[in-house]
Design a protein around this ligand. Structure first.
Ligand code: ZN
Length: 420
């Protein structure tokens, strides 16, 4: 982790460090980020500084344009104190959540407030140049809609569906998108947005960050966010921080083996959780049930669909009481739950949040996952364990991408990256 953070620091220093400040100024910014708005006295009481020193640091930050005064607070007996907040007009941040088949993009102010949002279909099997040019066009569309300039974009946070070497900002051996191996995503975006720094992370990590900043993960220090869709992955928040591991691929649970005799996974191994329980596996089993006569309903749906079934069809069949569909969803939930049980024993989270397309399967999936986790985890580890679907839906990814960009907005001179 230390190695990784140091190399992150180096790579950001060699890019655009957006706002470089001294340690005292950073203390003020940190207090403001925690509180939103705060009085001078509030800053003194957090930092322990004299009135004179507090005023001096604040003057300096207002002079640089980082802070603005806003209204007046409640009087404690004397003059009503002037309130301060970070200047939202410093510029803009972009959050991109790149999925296998779609892009969610938002333009936000530096406070993280979303101003523009676009969703566009896409295909990550395209070349990275083609795909990222499309992303740049979407950002420029939002810039036009916001009537701002592209050189006002200060930071871009990007989530991608594959293993990311976080310090270098590149994908390494991504099964979904082999053409992206080591592609320099940062410098590609910087050709169009030269004033912007770019932070790249795994798609599930940004969902975990989103859940932590704006979802039910607020104030939760130890949790796992699991995404179940075309693939399966997880983001780990430990001690209130995202845990990326030494290189950045922590949490890649989709390739844990659940059955050595199982089908071949897209990673090349056999019987990975993803190959057994994610969307395509569910669909494959449904097709078998349709063909072998165990589900007349799925067979009819397959015939009506021209020989095709999607995960949503399995969901529909299950809701209509189809036993085969129900069993397929239950089996998927049980395999995911068995793997999660090991993670619970290993990591002892207080919460597990489940997101991704498969959450449409609703209660049957959730109950099966819960049951498997409770059956196979240590009783102490599950005493206060909550397992629920994330309520953020597609907002988790983009919210996290903006939050990630926001973390690197202020850099403390000579120190590792400044994060709140
Ligand atoms: Zn695999």
């Amino acid at each position: 982790m230390m190695v990784s953070e140091k190399s992150v620091e180096k790579s950001f220093a060699s890019l655009h460090a957006p706002f470089i400040m001294n340690a005292a100024e950073a203390d003020v910014i940190r207090a403001l980020r925690k509180k939103g708005v705060i009085s001078r006295t509030g800053i003194s009481s957090i930092t322990g500084w004299s009135k004179a020193k507090t005023s001096q640091e604040i003057r300096s930050l207002i002079g640089k344009g980082y802070l603005v005064e806003e209204g007046e607070g409640t009087s404690q007996g004397g003059r009503r104190p002037g309130l301060l907040r970070i200047n939202d007009q410093l510029g803009y941040l972009v959050g991109l959540d790149i999925g296998a088949t779609s892009i969610d993009a938002v333009l936000a102010d530096v406070g993280g407030k979303v101003l523009q949002r676009i969703t566009s279909p896409a295909d990550v099997r395209q070349s990275p140049e083609e795909f990222l040019s499309h992303c740049s066009e979407l950002i420029l569309e939002m810039v036009t809609a916001q009537a701002c300039r592209h050189d006002q974009i200060l930071g871009i946070g990007v989530g991608v569906p594959g293993p990311v070497d976080f310090s270098r900002g590149v994908l390494v051996a991504p099964p979904l998108m082999p053409g992206w191996e080591n592609f320099p995503i940062r410098s590609f975006f910087q050709q169009t947005f030269p004033t912007s720094y770019v932070v790249i992370d795994n798609d599930v990590n940004i969902m975990a960050i989103g859940e932590q900043r704006a979802g039910d993960g607020i104030g939760v220090d130890h949790f796992i966010f699991i995404k179940i869709g075309t693939g399966i992955g997880s983001g780990i928040v430990s001690n209130g921080k995202i845990h990326r591991g030494s290189i950045g691929c922590a949490g890649d649970i989709g390739h844990i083996c659940v059955d050595k005799q199982g089908p071949i996974c897209r990673c090349g191994n056999t019987g990975c959780l993803e190959a057994m329980a994610a969307g395509p596996a569910v669909t494959e089993k449904a097709l078998q049930a349709a063909k072998n006569g165990s589900s007349p309903l799925l067979r009819k749906m397959m015939e009506d669909n021209g020989g095709f079934l999607g995960p949503e069809d399995v969901n529909t069949a299950c809701r209509e009481g189809d036993q085969a569909a129900l069993e397929i969803i239950r089996a998927s939930g049980q395999m995911i739950g068995d793997v999660l049980a090991s993670l619970v024993n290993f990591f002892n989270p207080s919460h597990i949040f489940i997101g991704g397309g498969i959450t449409n399967f609703g209660n049957h999936l959730l109950v099966s996952i819960r049951r498997a986790v409770l059956r196979r985890s240590l009783p102490l580890a599950t005493t206060d364990l909550s397992i629920n679907f994330s309520r953020m839906g597609p907002e988790a990814g983009v919210t996290g991408a903006v939050a990630l960009a926001r973390e690197y907005l202020f850099i403390v001179e000579g120190q590792p990256t400044f994060k709140v």
